[in-house]
Design a protein around this ligand. Sequence first.
Ligand code: ISJ
Length: 289
Amino acid sequence: MSTDLPRKPRVGHIRFLNCLPLLWGLSRTAGLLDLDLSCDTPERLGNALVAGELDLGPISLVEYLRHADELVVLPDLAVGSDGPVLSCLIVSKVPLDRLEGEVVSLCTTSRTSTRLARLILAERVGVNPVYRDRAPELATMLDQASAAVIIGDPALRATVEASRTTGLAVHDLGQLWREWTGLPFVFALFAVRRDYLRRHPERVRQVHAALLAARDLGLAEVDRVCEHAAQWGPFDEPILKRYFTEALDYGFGDRQLRGVAEFARRVAKADGGFPTGIRLETLHTTEQF
Ligand SMILES: C=C(O[C@@H]1C=C(C(=O)O)C=C[C@H]1O)C(=O)O
């Protein structure tokens, strides 16, 4: 048997509810059969993409900004919000302006929400807490800390339970960013390794088209996605529908790009966490900021 059979593109998939509509669409369009899909947490997928163990997939915005010269962005697709996102939070036992010198736990699955929370606390609230990295389990994160930054399904749960939980305030990072800047926020975008794109441009265009079609079908059939997801998790159909259709924004266009540029500018000003003069290249355009 020939050993040089074509290899399927190695694609990442975020193992949180936030990307479920995409997975629904991929399975319903059979696009799934043409991919070697790896489901994992965002920070592991980002590491794998940067290390060349994946060809293409979602990457936390901060991780992308650190490696922008090795990656090309797939347009029209992201995990973001234009206001409350419901699943990227600062959960706090005290008002945010009392966090000076207090311990704040940062979940290890996030690169971007944790950086956004640190930026907001320093620049908008004006406090400098002590940060500790912790596994994403809210009760443990709050055990010896005054606040926790958490993302994904455990964060969505904290939002849903906020009215029932006494003594904890839930601050939505999408909403805080929107109030601060008037802009949408992009938590993760989708990118392809530049070397893979050079070798397989047509295959990348096909995967990109398949992802967009999957996202659109997942949202068109969102009631069925919610029906299935509600069977296996703690969230009911109305909250899932609100999450997928009102909170999350899966688009990446001009407004989202302005949000990304503004975040990069503010982080660079605060502590120079990224190289300045980032060239954000998509399959069709190049932006410099
Ligand atoms: C909306 C979300 O977006 C995410 C937030 C990320 C981060 O903070 O680094 C990374 C990927 C996305 O999963 C979420 O996880 O709840």
